[in-house]
Design a protein around this ligand. Structure first.
Ligand code: A3P
Length: 344
């Protein structure tokens, strides 16, 4: 047994006002509450530290691939692409869930509200149990890992050992997408407006934010040979080009026919109806067959995880004031950096 690397970060102390704001916005996390962790104040449930310590010591192998993203930036899309490239476009074997079957979702336990986590631990749902409680050590190599943790909370050996693909998305569309996501997963006050949420988003007072420190930490590693930095907007604009770039990065070459197949497999309309990637199983909290899932998809109870998949959708949601506030914030945060976001 190797000695664990000590986890160097703590939850930061929070004020009563912060707790009150968090409790009003995200009541599902009560009574434990949310807290900022580490030097950038990454927001997680206040009891996340033991999980974070474990993740810091996660095993990392040279053939492993980690998809590191902020939520709603194209994680699922990239996961499916990477898995199929690494597995020679084996669509038959891809007929099982991205997570938990093909990917390990590193911090799923840590980001789940304490009560919900305990209900799953004691409940009967095998999919959720596997998603939450399969140890990374039990997964076959090469391991496919998805995480929203910032790089400094990942294992310190990660970038020297495995391949890391980071996907960034412009913060305005990410904000709208996250607003929807937190409603779908019942993790925010359902009556909150998008403009109220945008204020919390800018302040970094949302689970798994703040935005800019996360992106810039990865951006600063973009020349590391084990890091591929992608933008959601480029996936949208030139999916085929991005597939080739990812294949190159992973040391794989695809035939023209494989590229055609993968491109049509990965377009929004096919991802949206693919039950193995569209999260309908996790949302339904029950292990359904593919046929049952397809029937549910076609029914009125549509899942909303694959919402629109567009660039510039924020225009339909933000007030003029919120949009201007966001622009000013983006300009402030990106001053002196070379990163440019396409917002539509
Ligand atoms: P929207 O809510 O804007 O539609 P993540 O997987 O990181 O949670 O990201 C989810 C976002 O990526 C959602 O954005 C989802 O619709 C979008 N997405 C997933 N697959 C996509 C695809 N093939 N093409 C375009 N967008 C996609």
């Amino acid at each position: 047994m190797t000695t664990p690397v000590p986890f160097p970060y703590e939850a930061q102390p929070v004020s009563a006002e912060f707790q009150k704001r968090m409790s009003a916005a995200y009541p599902v996390f009560d009574p434990v509450g949310l807290a900022p962790f580490g030097p950038t104040g990454y927001i997680m449930p206040a009891d996340a530290r033991p999980f974070l310590e474990q993740h810091y010591n996660a095993p990392v192998g040279p053939d492993d691939v980690w998809i590191v993203t902020l939520p709603k930036c194209g994680t699922t899309w990239t996961q499916e692409m990477v898995w199929l490239i690494k597995n020679d476009c084996d669509y038959e074997s891809a007929k099982c869930l991205l997570s938990p079957d093909r990917y390990h979702f590193l911090e799923i336990c840590a980001i789940t509200a304490t009560q919900c986590r305990e209900e799953i631990r004691q409940g009967q749902n095998p999919v959720s149990k596997r998603l939450m409680f399969t140890p990374l050590q039990e997964r076959p190599e090469p391991r496919f890992v998805k995480t929203h943790l910032p790089l400094h909370l990942c294992p310190p050996t990660l970038l020297d050992t495995a391949k890391v693909i980071y996907v960034a998305r412009n913060p305005k569309d990410m904000c709208v997408s996250y607003f929807n996501h937190l409603k779908v997963f019942e993790e925010r006050d359902p009556n909150m407006s998008i403009d109220e949420f945008a204020n919390l988003f800018i302040a970094g007072e949302v689970s798994q934010l703040p935005f800019f420190p996360h992106v810039l930490e990865a951006w600063n590693q973009r020349h590391n040979p084990n890091m591929l930095f992608l933008f959601f907007e480029d996936l949208k604009r030139d999916l085929r080009g991005c597939i080739k770039k990812v294949a190159d990065f992973l040391g794989k070459s695809l035939t023209g026919e494989q590229l055609d197949g993968l491109e049509s497999h990965l377009i929004f309309s096919s991802m949206k109806k693919n039950p193995w990637v569209n999260k309908s199983v996790i949302l339904a909290y029950s292990p359904l067959t593919a046929e049952q899932l397809a029937a549910k998809e076609a029914s009125s109870q549509k899942t909303e995880f694959m919402r629109k998949g567009e660039t510039g959708d924020w225009k339909k949601h933000f007030s003029k004031e919120t949009s201007a506030k966001m622009d000013a914030w983006i300009d402030r945060e990106l001053a002196g950096t070379e990163i440019k976001f396409v917002t539509g």
